[in-house]
Design a protein. Structure first.
Length: 124
């Protein structure tokens, strides 16, 4: 991941955090956070985690982060952070970039909205 990509991801996360702070004050919008277990991953291997929106809502954004432990600190990359194809969850994937196996963890956030909230905003 290049410096430019890292900056782009940080900008998206900051923008979503700003939205999230206002979203909590609105009915019909929620945040779901999910994390994987600490998993021992071979070099080059990935783990993923999915944050699912409550029934009847759909994902309007999301984000994620990756953690390394001991020999993988600083050697884990966020390789996917995107909505699931059914628009009901946010999926995050993290890869071990270390030359040795090590423990890694993935976390995902889904920002979810009731379809009625989205319809009202679209009509304005």
């Amino acid at each position: 991941m290049t410096y430019r990509n890292i900056v782009a991801v940080l900008v998206i996360v900051v923008a979503l955090a700003g939205f999230l702070s206002t979203a909590h004050s609105r009915e019909g919008v929620s945040t779901v956070a999910t994390e994987s277990d600490n998993v021992s991953a071979a070099s080059g291997k990935s783990i993923s985690v999915k944050s699912e929106c409550p029934a009847g809502t759909r994902v309007i954004g999301g984000g994620g982060e990756c953690y390394g432990f001991m020999n993988t600190i600083g050697r884990v990359a966020l390789t996917k952070s995107a909505p699931a194809s059914d628009e009901a969850a946010w999926v995050v994937e993290c890869s071990n970039l270390n030359s040795e196996p090590g423990e890694i963890q993935a976390r995902a956030w889904a920002f979810c909205a009731d379809p009625l909230v989205l319809e009202i905003k679209e009509k304005r």
